[in-house]
Design a protein around this ligand. Structure first.
Ligand code: GUN
Length: 293
């Protein structure tokens, strides 16, 4: 049976370290790191994520600001809020929770965030830095950065020559994940909905990352024996066995099957999920260091 990768525990280590470093920074007389989280509308899953981000920021000793805007907020109003946060010296990180309502151009909103406060790593400047290997000053998107940390816990920092298959080509996870694995010297393939014979391709992977948002799509017989399996999916599905109207969370990987063959695997929940928030804190602290000079 596979080693279960405890993302909750690794994330707690990261948060503890961020908290220590923040205390040192503040003791030296530097302003405390500031994180602003902006949410538009009332998507229940987004509300849960945002509350968790704000809570963890406080736990780290950050100045934590949350803007909760109504669903009918205009694009112009949202851009004005971002403009204020860009200019606010107490704020080092700005996160606009996605998805945004349809009447708002999310791309335009993201590109309005000052690149040096873009702790999500979605601005073209940061995407470009990651793509060209400028990893020292790039903000790397939190979910792939957290996934990398979990992979390194299992396989070490040098992943030279390993075959990595990333299933999913999103800008938030799939593409940055592939770039990180490439920077770590993996041979990387990005698979997606048009990929031919995905099970056979997946079976070539020493590192298999699933980030498609389809419940339990990756089956046990897609997994190479001993592979490291990183499940980025968080899908809520009906669980009639738990009673009428009940639901449960599952990943993009059929966990019970895959765990029989994998060398190591992340559970859902408790795998990649907690890492996303922890890396947001690490990015915000890094931004505060850069701002302090
Ligand atoms: N929605 C789902 N994942 C993310 C993320 O990493 N950042 C933001 N801003 N919104 C998200």
């Amino acid at each position: 049976m596979a080693e279960v990768i405890d993302g909750k525990s690794v994330a707690a280590d990261v948060v503890r370290r961020v908290k220590e470093l923040t205390a040192e920074l503040v003791a030296k007389g530097t302003r405390q790191p500031g994180l602003a989280v902006v949410i538009v509308g009332e998507d229940p899953a987004s509300q849960v994520y945002v509350a968790s981000k704000s809570r963890t920021a406080k736990e780290c000793g950050f100045h934590s600001l949350q803007h909760t805007l109504p669903a009918d907020t205009s694009e112009q109003e949202l851009l004005a809020v971002i403009g204020e946060l860009n200019a606010d010296p107490a704020i080092n990180g700005i996160l606009v929770q996605l998805p945004l309502p349809r009447h708002v151009d999310a791309g335009k909103v993201i590109q309005t965030i000052a690149p040096e406060k873009d702790v999500d790593g979605f601005h073209f400047i940061n995407v470009g830095k990651l793509g060209t290997g400028e990893l020292v000053t790039a903000f790397v998107p939190c979910t792939p950065a957290g996934s990398m940390l979990l992979i390194e816990r299992v396989r070490g920092k040098d992943l030279s020559g390993l075959n990595a298959v990333v299933v999913g080509r999103s800008n938030i996870v799939g593409k940055p994940m592939a770039n990180l694995l490439l920077a770590a010297n993996c041979t990387v393939t990005i698979a997606h909905s048009r990929t031919r014979d995905l099970p056979a391709l997946a079976r070539t992977a020493d590192i298999l990352v699933a980030a498609v948002g389809r419940p339990e799509m990756v089956k046990g017989d897609w997994v190479k024996p001993g592979a490291t399996v990183i499940d980025v999916g968080i899908n809520r599905i009906a669980a009639p066995e738990r009673g009428e109207g009940k639901t449960r969370l599952v990943g993009d990987v059929a966990y019970a099957e895959a765990a029989k063959t994998a060398g190591a695997i992340t559970p859902v929940p408790g795998g990649v999920g907690p890492m996303t928030i922890a890396m947001l804190m690490a990015n915000t602290l890094a931004s505060a260091y850069l701002a302090a000079g």
